[in-house]
Design a protein around this ligand. Structure first.
Ligand SMILES: Cc1ncc(COP(=O)(O)O)c(C=O)c1O
Length: 380
């Protein structure tokens, strides 16, 4: 290979003077290894001294080669795709591979994550998500809500806006704190996905969100407060909250109906929370370490996913329990076929009573919305 285009010494000489590597100055102060090839988990490299080594790449090229190098299925898929259609812009155009990938992602992710926006790297994905959060408030005429709250110790990428939510002191972006937007930080969350809820951390988070509510482009705390208060006020139990989803359980069918209707009505009244959708299913549950399991959990979650914003959908079991109760109206929907569950009957739950009372909650919500606009101080 000596002297040819693959000659390691010649590659290193040009690389040193003209190629700028991440996290390194130019010209470089250290000499990189030259990769000659890669297969599975192994890299075939040549050292600056000319030694040929085989190394295990235990960080999968910064986690982007998780299936290993030259995986035959990936090589075949990339080759076939490049021959059919390598790249076209995505504005105003679409194509089968994109739709197919989006379909698979929608199937993989839990409701209500049912829309896909494609980005080409981790940093860009973070930029896209942050821009969406900001744009949401701009579209609602609240451009002052432009800051983000996060915790210390995070790393989200090296583009400028993503850097603003990385750890502001300990991280490698400390150099940029006076350039990137100043975000709101709380402490590092208690470690572990399964760690029990830490009341002190929750209190710190709530206080920070409350103190910056008018400038934050985030709704999670508002959603949590609204749902937690409504559920517990009717004797329900908050099983878990994940982002803008809450799972609750309650012993009595009537309490379940009251919670669901109050959530929807509360969501309508609250201009910081978008219209909520609620799905209710009735049946036995298995409790393990504070979490709930059983077919009814799956059913309730799937029903929630298909409920329209601002409505409550219930299954046949709950409908049977509520039937005959004049406080509620149950309107039949066409049955739906749910994958892995089968054909499911569904009913929309509304408040009953005399017609003049039926829309009282809605009228009250409208009245409050109007007065909130007239009295700006009451906005939240
Ligand atoms: C949590 C997290 N977010 C974002 C990024 C940035 O991804 P990328 O290097 O693809 O821009 C990383 C990269 O390590 C990451 O670990």
């Amino acid at each position: 290979m000596t002297g040819g285009p693959d000659d390691p010494a010649a590659l290193l000489a040009f690389d040193r003077d003209h190629v700028w590597h991440p996290y390194a100055p130019i010209p470089a102060t250290t000499t990189p290894l030259v990769v000659r090839g890669a297969e599975g988990v192994r890299l075939h490299v040549t050292t600056p001294d000319g030694d040929e080594l085989e190394l295990v790449d235990a960080m999968s090229s910064w986690w982007s080669a998780i299936h290993g190098y030259r995986h035959p299925a990936l090589v075949a898929a990339v080759t076939a795709q490049a021959q059919e259609l390598s790249h076209v812009m995505f504005g105003g155009l679409t194509h089968r591979p994109a739709v197919e990938l989006a379909r698979r992602l929608v199937e993989l992710t839990p409701a209500p994550l049912d829309a896909v926006f494609f980005a080409d790297s981790g940093s860009v994905a973070v930029e896209v998500a942050l821009k969406m959060a900001l744009q949401h408030w701009r579209s609602l005429g609240r451009p002052a809500k432009r800051r983000l709250l996060t915790w210390r110790g995070g790393y989200h990428g090296d583009t400028l806006f993503a850097m603003s939510v990385c750890d502001p002191e300990g991280g490698m972006h400390a150099l940029w704190t006076d350039v990137v937007p100043a975000q709101v930080f709380v402490g590092v969350p208690p470690a572990g996905f399964d760690a029990p809820l830490d009341d002190a951390f929750v209190a710190e988070l709530r206080a920070a969100v409350a103190a910056h509510a008018d400038e934050l482009a985030a709704v999670v705390d508002q959603f949590e407060r609204l749902t937690f208060d409504v559920i517990t006020a009717h004797g329900g139990r908050v099983v878990k909250m994940i982002g803008d989803e809450v799972m609750f359980s309650v012993d009595s069918p009537r309490a379940a109906a009251e919670i669901a209707l109050a959530l929807v009505e509360g969501g309508r009244r609250d201009d910081q929370v978008s219209d909520l959708r609620v799905g209710l299913a009735y049946g036995p549950l298995i409790e393990r370490e504070g979490d709930l399991y059983g077919p009814v959990v799956n059913l309730a979650s799937r029903i929630t996913a298909i409920a329209f914003p601002g409505t409550v959908l219930v299954d046949a079991g709950l409908r049977e329990q509520l039937a005959g109760d004049a406080r509620y109206v149950l309107r039949t929907m066409r049955p739906r076929y749910l994958k892995d569950i089968g054909r499911v009957g569904l009913w929309v739950l509304r408040r009953g009573g005399p017609p003049e009372d039926r829309f009282a909650a809605r009228r009250q919500a409208l009245r409050e919305a109007v007065s909130a606009r007239v009295e700006p101080g009451r906005h939240r």
